[in-house]
Design a protein around this ligand. Sequence first.
Ligand code: PNS
Length: 169
Amino acid sequence: MARPRFGTVADMTKVVCPGSFDPVTNGHLDIIFRASRLFDEVVVAVLVNESKKGLFTLDERLELLAETTADLPNVTYTSFQGLLVDFCADNGIGAIAKGLRAVSDFDYELQMAHMNATIADVDTVFIPTTPAYSFVASSLVKEVAKGGGDVSALVPPAVLKRLDAAFGR
Ligand code: PNS
């Protein structure tokens, strides 16, 4: 009996890695890099969130992404507003790639994945974060950097420089 043909990872040639990236961390870069090995094209998409003021402007976040993903030829970056599934439809993107740091991420990520699959039939692929970055979050990095803690192992040098500048060092 012929089996119905379901999509394979190889069919999903273009994926989006969405997020706030305020700022991009080594944890994000780990996921972006690993997605770039799995898929033909990776679009890193920064959410424009007018109601949430970040530490870095949208342009600064994009500049940092440009600088830190420059060595990955199949990775591009852009910003988006509104629903992620609409961004996917407008850009011919077949799937969403998300990092999972710990079980605690899973509840909300699964909820979003189900919502996106329901409203637009867009699937989400979860990539487990490299254990060394399992605790890294932009919010914690900013808090520690603000307090003068050493985050040099958690962010790329370009981001470290910007954090130092943002916190007056
Ligand atoms: O880095 P973040 O802030 O955890 O990223 C969250 C993000 C941007 C991936 C998520 O909030 C999102 O997809 N926002 C776009 C709006 C949308 O589609 N909302 C419905 C989600 S089911």
